[in-house]
Write a protein that binds this ligand. Structure first.
Ligand SMILES: [Zn+2]
Length: 83
């Protein structure tokens, strides 16, 4: 599987794959207790295009309800190690 990263919308929860080479440069920490790292994938939190536009055009005081949880708790960490 090709190395890729995730762009996660904090508003609607949409997840896009990202193939930015800048993120590929991040090296895993040399010492990880009880773990051999093969790589790092980055999870970027922000707004997708649709939500960014919605935020600009109609600024609602209330954030829309979150739809479904797409990811288990463990994947919410900013960085995930991939094998
Ligand atoms: Zn969104």
């Amino acid at each position: 599987m090709e190395r890729h990263h995730h762009l996660v919308c904090i508003r609607c929860g949409a997840v896009q794959d990202d193939y930015d080479r800048e993120f590929d440069r991040i090296a895993p920490p040399r010492r990880l207790a009880g773990f051999t790292a093969h790589g790092v994938s980055v999870q970027v939190h922000g707004l997708c295009n649709a939500c960014a536009q919605a935020a600009e055009t109609r600024q609602s005081p209330h954030a829309p309800k979150r739809r479904t949880k797409r990811w288990p708790r463990s994947s919410r960490e900013p960085r995930r190690n991939t094998i």
